[in-house]
Design a protein around this ligand. Structure first.
Ligand SMILES: Cc1cn([C@H]2C[C@H](O)[C@@H](COP(=O)(O)OP(=O)(O)O[C@H]3O[C@H](C)C(=O)[C@H](O)[C@H]3O)O2)c(=O)[nH]c1=O
Length: 185
């Protein structure tokens, strides 16, 4: 398992060690001891999975306050452009983002810490997205930021149109969104 640093120190890309043979491949998709050693001590309590078609954009989402979630995200089928935005007021990288192509091919995972908004755009016909959360879902704590907020300077590839939920179409700009205090996380 190799850890790839990103432009935001707390956001990590994890490249698992893949064993290939004539049958196919094997890799440890999560190993608590190794993960704690190389990334940090997370108590993941909930696994989520979603399936989406090409052009679907889910996000930018997060849970606020005590119900904030760190996420370890991966793609089981297909390919996505994954985005994490730092929304920790006081952070030296506030408003900055990390993007990474995650796919069933590269098997890369991204650790999205608490205090970040997260989203992804599906680049393949179908994508199955699977991720661990270190806090339970709480609908009342759900917040979001509109994916094309000009202040974020996000580049979603050459996609012209996006498929969003009605909820995601109405998300606020970062300037109007609930954010985190850097020194409370
Ligand atoms: C997130 C979540 C949702 N739900 C229910 C609530 C809705 O009735 C239904 C679909 O939820 P939603 O449209 O919010 O699903 P996504 O758009 O994939 O949301 C996720 O997408 C982005 C990329 C994220 O990072 C978040 O983890 C999460 O917000 O599942 C649950 O029952 N439990 C959950 O943990």
């Amino acid at each position: 398992m190799e850890i790839i640093q990103t432009a935001i120190p707390d956001v990590k890309i994890i490249a698992p060690r893949v064993f290939k043979d004539e049958r196919g491949y094997f890799f440890e998709s999560f190993n608590k001891r190794r993960f704690t050693e190389l990334v940090g001590n997370y108590n993941f309590v909930q696994d989520n999975q979603s399936q989406s078609t090409r052009g679907v954009l889910r996000g930018l989402h997060y849970q606020i306050g005590e119900r904030a979630q760190a996420k370890l995200v991966q793609v089981l089928q297909g390919e996505v452009l994954d985005v994490a935005v730092d929304i920790r007021k006081g952070s030296p990288t506030f408003g900055k983002h990390v993007t990474a192509v995650l796919s069933s091919e590269n098997k890369h995972q991204m650790l999205v810490p608490r205090g970040f908004a997260h989203g992804f755009l599906v680049l393949s016909d179908i994508a199955i997205f699977s991720y661990k959360c270190d806090n339970y879902y709480d609908a009342s704590s759900e917040r979001g930021i509109i994916f094309n907020d000009p202040a974020l300077h996000l580049k979603w590839g050459d996609q012209e149109t996006f498929i969003l939920s009605e909820k995601d179409k109405m998300l606020p700009l970062l300037q109007d969104a609930d954010v985190f205090e850097y020194n409370t996380l």
